[in-house]
Design a binder for this molecule. Structure first.
Ligand code: CAA
Length: 415
């Protein structure tokens, strides 16, 4: 348990205001069009770049504003309030950049981050595979050493921003014989021979951002692209990245909650049934009040998780907070979007209005960047560890369960 003061820097508030303006001008009005066509909104992305919003999460030394995870959350929330798909189209650049920011060498940061900050290059994160989703350690894409290069072979799945992105953080097996140092991350640039986007997925939601299969057919990259400059630290970098990025997904969920709530608010105050606006009916009032509470509770948890990371960086408490924020906010987004459709009644079921899209878009939030089952697993594992600090409470539980549980090996040793 930690207590963080949530302080919004002037820069963060400035970036939030810019994001809101772009959302109102470029994102919301075009959301239905890009959703239907399953096309990327390059106009909005250009506006985001020109407003300097990609600089939000890049440290100052590399051309960014170093505004931190809280500012990233504010920007992602504003964009997702207009269109969840565009919210992730923005935030996935942070996800793909964090391995370099958190684990890259000085040369790697200097080489790639300024281009991302300027919005000249988009980024993607290639972790998941056909047979390795929740079990992120079970990867099979291989990177073999060959002279001064690594040669990558295999397929990645569900690469968000694939095809649009220019820079890919790709997690590969470099040492299959090692349990704890199996995985390394390599940067692969678009256009590298053998690297191809093979399948663009046809999705239920977030249709304006591509999610693809990426194929690596003997893709040769120099050893200089090995993130961190040494093999075997890829899994840790992936986990740290997810700790940093999950508040961003959670913020997208808060934006989705607020976007759906706002539409339901307007609708329920205009739509009349039984001679009055439906907002005067108690059952609708209950739904609206619950939606507002869920949105605000999620928002506060997300801001606290983000502020914690900005204050102390990677640590177990922040890992737990990131998982809690991601899990809670995205569950709330699904609930709020579902109720918002309910408030809209028959109109809510029609694709003529954006409320149906909020519902379709919300589902993936509970799945990507770690399913909410995985978030609960992470939280529960942290609780088990924290239990060792609670020995002073032992006298308040039944005496017959006071003996600490010992793993098999430990029990044998004690005997
Ligand atoms: N920070 C640093 N190190 C960490 C860590 C963290 N948060 N979590 C674990 N580690 C370290 C452990 O300390 C351990 O190190 P040692 O080997 O030195 O002891 C090592 O990593 C292995 O840890 P675990 O034993 O806990 O690993 P596990 O195999 O049990 O798995 C898991 C842990 C939490 C389930 C992990 O596999 C996981 O997070 N899975 C979900 C993957 C995920 O989120 N995928 C999303 C893909 S991205 C995406 O969706 C993008 C998109 O499209 C937008």
């Amino acid at each position: 348990m930690t207590q963080q003061n949530i302080v919004f820097s002037e820069k963060a508030l400035e970036l939030q205001a810019k994001a809101r303006e772009i959302a109102d001008t470029y994102v919301r009005p075009a959301a239905a069009k890009f959703d239907k066509a399953q096309e990327y909104n390059y106009d909005a992305a250009r506006a985001v770049a020109e407003a300097g919003l990609f600089r939000t999460f890049i440290p100052e030394e590399y051309g960014g504003y170093g505004a931190g995870v809280l500012a990233l959350a504010l920007v992602a929330e504003e964009l997702a309030k207009a269109d969840s798909g565009f919210g992730v189209a923005f935030a996935v650049n942070a996800l793909g950049s964090f391995p370099i920011i958190l684990g890259g060498t000085e040369e790697q940061k200097k080489h790639w981050l300024p281009q991302v900050a300027a919005g000249e290059k988009f980024v993607a994160f290639c972790l998941s595979e056909k047979f390795a989703g929740s079990d992120a350690g079970g990867l099979s894409v291989r990177a073999f050493e060959d002279g001064d290069d690594y040669v990558i072979c295999g397929e990645k799945k569900w690469t968000t921003n694939g095809g649009v992105a220019d820079i890919y953080s790709v997690f590969c097996v470099t040492d299959p014989t090692s349990k704890s140092r199996r995985i390394s991350a390599l940067v692969v640039e678009k256009g590298t021979p053998g690297f191809e986007v093979k399948k663009v997925e046809d999705k239920m939601g977030i249709r304006c951002v591509p999610v693809v299969e990426t194929h690596f057919d003997h893709v040769r990259v120099p050893k200089a692209n090995l993130i961190g400059g040494r093999p075997g630290v890829g899994f840790k970098h992936a986990m740290m990245t997810l700790d940093y990025a999950r508040p961003g997904v959670a913020a997208q969920a808060v934006g989705a909650c607020q976007g759906a709530l706002d539409l339901a608010n307007v609708y329920s105050n205009r739509r009349q049934q039984f001679g009055v606006p439906i907002s005067k009916h108690e059952m609708v009032q209950k739904m609206m009040a619950d939606m507002a509470m869920k949105t605000e509770a999620a928002r506060q948890l997300v801001y606290a998780a983000a502020a914690g990371i900005d204050a102390v960086g990677p640590c177990p408490v922040n890992s737990k907070m990131a998982a809690m924020a991601k899990c809670f906010a995205t569950d709330m987004a699904m609930e709020v979007a579902t109720d918002a459709v309910q408030v809209f009644g028959g109109y809510g079921f029609m694709e003529d209005y954006p409320i149906a899209k909020f519902f379709r878009d919300a589902k993936i939030l509970q799945i990507y960047e770690g399913t909410n089952q995985i978030q609960r697993l992470v939280i529960a594992r942290h609780l088990v560890r924290e239990c060792s600090e609670l020995d002073h409470l032992q006298e308040y539980i039944p005496t017959e369960v006071q003996e600490p549980y010992l793993e098999e090996g430990e029990a044998a040793q004690k005997a």
